[in-house]
Design a protein around this ligand. Structure first.
Ligand code: FDA
Length: 502
């Protein structure tokens, strides 16, 4: 095993030969903890007993990333990469099992370069999606956007490589459907663009998770047009006011509405909160809502016209007054709760009214969490399953995310149990064979790698891999076999290498 303290010492020595010392934080540096926690978004994974990195490197250019990989390979220390630190299981900065590893934290590599005339941008992995949205809007007079997630502090690196969906998914698909190029540092320390990494690896990092293939430094993306004013609305409906019926109806309407209209639902306690962004005016939206979804009772008083960037914040924060677009640049939006999450997809058949009534029973139990339903249909559904590693496409009505939060001082056990019990209850009502899950809503309950002969096992990885990737799992493993056959870039749910026998 290469993790002895000797090799660790040699590794640190190697790093300091190529990287300025103020970018290297060992466990004995006074700022180690503050650098570590600065991008921890789930404080469960900084509790005592968590396996922490030996060292954190905060590169300011690509050569520092290359040097970390080369030193790591030479001295047998693995590297994990962190962009925004939002991983639900903290895998970008902690290891489940004891292991000496380094973290490459990309938060200082975060430039966003927009070419408004071409509607493209180069964005570094350490940028947040909020920074990208803001830059695209600013360069285009609020006419360009990018189809990715809702929470502005999400890091580009993890989010993009795992798929990335949000309010524009019905019109423009996933983030991963809109990449033109990428720059990757591989396990040999080489810098590769799309052509140099090859078709299969470029395919793999568009939804298969970057961490299995290397360290993605930056992405060239296609920006998408939005009107300078869009309309957002939030309409809460309680169970007493008919939430069960309205939500039952939404399952058919949400995925079938015109692509310009995105209406998602958050179910929490006794309320279904309908949250929407429409790429048009309130005047155009009202007749659409009253003809297609009159059950919701949405009317002119609910309309809020604003820029697209503002609408993302409006829906993310959930209620109240519109929030200034500059809040997109806040890298430390509060996200202090401890949490556990997991996901499902509902395909073909909507869930029955009776089952929704039971689900609201779950939401009324002690220590309940919440559910977020994102509608599919439109662009996200017409891309073929094999076009990117993200396979949850045609036939999906919506994605469900289950989350449960708790505070410091609570061990979270009843909250985690609530999620696991509800997940078991939901089994007959969601996708089957495999029961699909979203890679970016990472859940280690779905399975973990088993290492055999110092390589993650392809067979064992099917347990979780086919849930996230369905039939694309094998192709991902072959891509991994090409670029990293030794399985240097490895974590608890990284793609195992599959190397065809000659
Ligand atoms: P982080 O840095 O923790 O990385 C996540 C994983 O990607 C790790 O395994 C890491 O090693 C790897 N990785 C990171 N950077 C890499 C790089 N440069 N190269 C290679 N591998 C890299 N998702 C969504 O689709 N839509 C949404 O609306 C939301 N909303 C949301 C809200 C909140 C509050 C949270 C916490 C999360 C979401 N997500 C989401 C999920 C989010 O997409 C997911 O957690 C991303 O992986 C986060 O990317 P980060 O870079 O922030 O995470």
């Amino acid at each position: 095993a290469p993790s002895s303290s000797d090799s660790s010492g040699d590794f640190l020595h190697c790093l300091s030969a190529s990287i300025p010392s103020d970018l290297i934080f060992t466990q004995s540096s006074s700022s180690f903890t503050s650098v570590l926690v600065s991008y921890v978004r789930n404080p469960r994974f900084i509790a005592s007993g968590t396996v922490r990195p030996l060292v954190i490197v905060t590169p300011t250019n690509a050569s520092h990333v290359q040097a970390t990989v080369l030193c790591g390979r030479l001295h047998g220390v693995r590297v994990r990469v962190r962009s925004g630190g939002h991983d639900y299981e903290g895998l970008s900065y902690r290891s489940v099992n004891p292991e000496a590893f380094a973290v490459v934290d990309l938060s200082l590599l975060r430039s966003v370069r927009v070419n408004a005339a071409k509607a493209t941008a180069w964005v570094d992995s350490g940028a947040t999606i909020g920074e990208l949205y803001y830059a695209a809007a600013k360069a285009s007079g609020d006419r360009l956007a990018f189809p990715a997630g809702l929470c502005p502090t999400i890091g580009v690196g993890g989010h993009f490589s795992g798929g990335g969906f949000g309010v524009l998914q019905r019109k423009y698909g996933l983030a991963a459907d809109n990449f033109l190029d990428a720059i990757l540092v591989d396990a040999e320390g080489r810098i590769l663009d799309k052509r140099a990494m090859g078709r299969e690896v470029f395919w793999a990092i568009r939804g298969g998770g970057g961490e299995s293939f290397g360290i993605v430094l930056s992405w060239r993306v296609r920006l998408v047009p939005v009107p300078p004013k869009v309309t957002a609305f939030i309409v809460p409906v309680t169970v007493a006011d008919g939430a069960v019926d309205v939500l039952t109806k939404w399952q058919q309407i949400g995925p079938a509405l015109p692509e310009d209209l995105f209406v998602r639902v958050m179910a929490i306690n006794d309320t279904a909160i309908f949250q929407s962004v429409y790429l048009g005016t309130c005047d155009a939206l009202l007749p659409l809502m009253s003809s297609r979804f009159p059950e919701l009772g949405m009317n002119r008083t609910h309309c809020r016209e604003m820029t697209w960037v503002e609408s993302v914040l409006y829906v993310y924060v959930g209620s109240g007054n519109p929030i200034p677009a500059t809040d997109m640049l806040n890298r430390t939006y509060p996200m202090d709760g401890f949490y556990k999450a997991t996901s499902d997809y509902v395909r073909d058949q909507p869930i029955s009214r009776d089952v929704w009534a039971e689900i609201f029973g779950w939401l009324a139990k002690p220590n309940p969490g919440l559910m977020i339903m994102d509608p599919y249909g439109g662009r996200i559904g017409v891309v073929p399953e094999s076009a990117t590693p993200y396979p949850h496409r045609g036939g999906v009505l919506y994605n469900i995310q289950y989350m449960n939060f708790w505070g410091a001082g609570d061990d979270g056990e009843p909250h985690v149990r609530w999620i696991r019990d509800l997940y078991a209850f939901m089994a007959p009502h969601v996708s089957k064979d495999p029961r699909e899950a979203y890679f970016n809503y990472r859940d280690l309950d779905l399975g973990r790698n088993v290492v055999v002969g110092n390589v993650s096992s392809y067979e064992a990885g099917k347990v979780w891999g086919e849930k996230y990737f369905k039939g694309n799992y094998k192709r991902l493993a072959l891509a991994k076999g090409r670029i990293d056959p030794d399985d240097y870039f490895r974590n608890e749910q990284s793609i195992p290498p599959l190397v065809p026998r000659k």
